[in-house]
Ligand binder design. Sequence first.
Ligand code: F6P
Length: 367
Amino acid sequence: MNESRLAETSQAGHTTTESTIPGGNMSYKRVTLSQFLMEGQHRYGGSGTLTSLLTDIRTTCKMISHEVNRGAMAGNMGVAGTENVQGEEQKKLDVLANDIFLHMTAQSGNYAAMASEELEDVHVVHGSAGRYLLLFDPLDGSSNIDINIAVGSVFSILRLPDGASGETLESFLQPGVKQVAAGYAIYGSSTMLVLTTGHGVNGFTLDQNIGVFVLTHPNMRIPEDASEFAINASRARFWEPPVKRYIDECLAGAEGPRGRDFNMRWVAAMVAEVHRILCRGGVFMYPVDDKNTKQGGKLRLMYEANPMAFIVEQAGGRAITGQDRILDINPTGLHQRVGVILGSKNEVDRLERYHQDYEATAGKAEV
Ligand code: F6P
């Protein structure tokens, strides 16, 4: 009889036991999200509240994943016949995912209040003594829902400021650097939950058969250099000069100033773009352009840009508006929009430089 030889390995400080027998099935030895959170709680000396906050999110994302997967079979496709606060048409799954978030995360009493892309105002959790605030986009990329392409959920967790009441909008208006945790779930060819609590980024894949997230992508790092960019090129005529310069140089490829060919991708779901960048690098842009300047950009600061910026920075990348670090922005509104440029450090550095160059010359032109 063959004897299993076990090797202890450490993944981002998490002990797993692997078989040294080629093909040996030791999948039950994987680290689950619950074990990972408990281990983190012991290592960083937490009270257990953060574990509980993230456990609620985990269950929420599993439920939404289930509904997304059932798709048309459950009657989940199509429009809800309503509009959200931004005047965008809501899909049935937008509304369902929002309800699941509100219901599931209210149960534990950890959150004093919540804010969602789908709700105009702060949603107060009545009777809760919770000291945390939750912001979320329940279903990001919802134009992909009906066509079976990846969508996701994005969340950001803030502390309720000392002495503040969860009922006030002001409690939420904290810069992204104050986030306690952030993450996203991607409902793609597999469901994954990717999160940070400020100690790096870890990715967990949902084992659908047993309903458990397992650590499959420990300590995710974004390569500093990359040759892939994502931007909605149909807006090219509205782009500001620094963005146009960057894209033109990428498109010029090996014959241009960059001296190499670039690849382009556009999934139209920020979660999927950020996930790709975490896995193999690249840059994602939804910049302020001539058409969206008045609104401040397209993506929402509090529940899209901030959580993604936190994750990207924790994975070694950068996230800016063009001029400023996203995480340093002092918000003025729950649904505030902002320009977003994020991803591989050296590419974002270059885009920042192009913005500075442009402002320096534009400034001179005004004198
Ligand atoms: O509203 C957010 C979002 O769906 C992002 O997830 C995505 O990157 C973007 O909008 C898609 O925008 P567009 O419709 O311009 O392709």
